[in-house]
Design a protein around this ligand. Structure first.
Ligand code: BT5
Length: 280
């Protein structure tokens, strides 16, 4: 497939009677790029030139300079992982609820991966990882273009990655977990379809509920698959301090509510790196 070719992906993979079908129809364009430095950076560049359509998507199997959070890198050998970014143009979601889009994208990625790995425990780790049995299979990076307010949600999913291609020992992939060698393009197509159908449905519901995870019903779906909730964790905060305790819930803005050791009131964590202590 040539660089920049526009592929219209029909909403297959979603049963017509499923509530998602109505929303999946709105996902029209996925532009596949042969190779790009970063799908997020490319969308931010395009967004600065002209507003990009709501729910349009850019994808590649060869991202050469992927970005993680806090200046970290996201890396994968060519063909080994899907990198996809989606533009979300918030209409009714208040600014202080935009952080939840990271969790929504993590939930959609988790569901798309779980559909490929029906026998595996696939969970979301707050705020932006998808894990299989404690190993990272996907990561989310959401960025806001401040001038237009568009949110670029980028997700990296290890699809056909083999054991000798793992960028870090704590990573895993769909191919490794399923034990079946994958044809990279085919596997990525299946994952993209499921991911976009789910994400677009979640974003619609989130918009309709004006950014309320309770009214939209999304809280229950998140809580059901978020392995961080109920776990003993340590949280390294951006300032450098570390808190240890039990993660007890999600705040209305997507923050992690922590019962920190030695504190008699819960702490809301807005940003940070979480370690699940049971995995150590
Ligand atoms: C993330 O950051 O997990 C966010 C990753 C987002 C990647 C997507 S791909 C599409 C879009 N375009 C981009 O440029 N980025 C987004 P963070 O939580 O900071 O985790 C980064 C850490 O994960 C690294 O420091 C490594 O330890 C680890 N890591 C790097 N590559 C990995 C991979 N392929 N699989 C698992 N872990 C990885």
């Amino acid at each position: 497939m040539s660089a920049g070719e526009l592929r219209r992906i029909p909403p297959i993979g979603v049963h017509p009677s499923s509530p998602s079908a109505r929303y999946a129809r709105r996902v029209t364009d996925v532009e596949w790029l042969d190779r790009i430095e970063s799908t997020n950076v490319e969308f931010v560049r395009r967004e600065r030139l002209a507003p990009q359509p709501h729910l349009s998507a850019l994808a590649t199997l060869d991202q050469t300079n992927g970005r993680g959070r806090l200046g970290r890198t996201w890396s994968a050998a060519p063909g080994a992982a899907l990198a996809i970014s989606v533009v979300i143009r918030p209409a009714s979601i208040p600014p202080d609820r935009l952080g939840l889009l990271t969790l929504l994208a993590g939930l959609a990625a988790r569901n798309a991966i779980a559909a490929q790995l029906p026998a595996s425990p696939v969970s979301v780790k707050w705020p932006n990882d998808v894990l299989v049995d404690g190993r990272k299979i996907a990561g989310v990076l959401a960025e806001v273009e401040p001038r237009t307010g568009a949110v670029i949600v980028g997700v990296g999913i290890n699809t056909a990655m083999t054991s000798d291609q793992l960028p870090v020992p704590t990573a895993t992939s769909i191919a490794i977990e399923s034990g079946v060698p994958a044809e990279p393009r085919e596997l990525a197509d299946r994952v993209v379809l499921a991911f976009l159908a789910d994400l677009s449905a979640l974003v619609e519901r989130f918009e309709a509920a004006r950014g309320d995870i309770d009214r939209s019903g999304i809280r229950g779906e998140l809580e059901a698959v978020c392995g961080t909730l109920g776990a003993r964790v340590s949280v390294q905060q951006p300032g450098g301090s570390t808190l240890t305790g039990t993660a007890v819930g999600l705040g209305p803005d997507g923050s992690l509510i922590l019962d920190a050791d030695g504190s008699d009131r819960p702490t809301a964590i807005l940003a940070g790196d979480v370690t699940h202590l049971r995995y150590q």
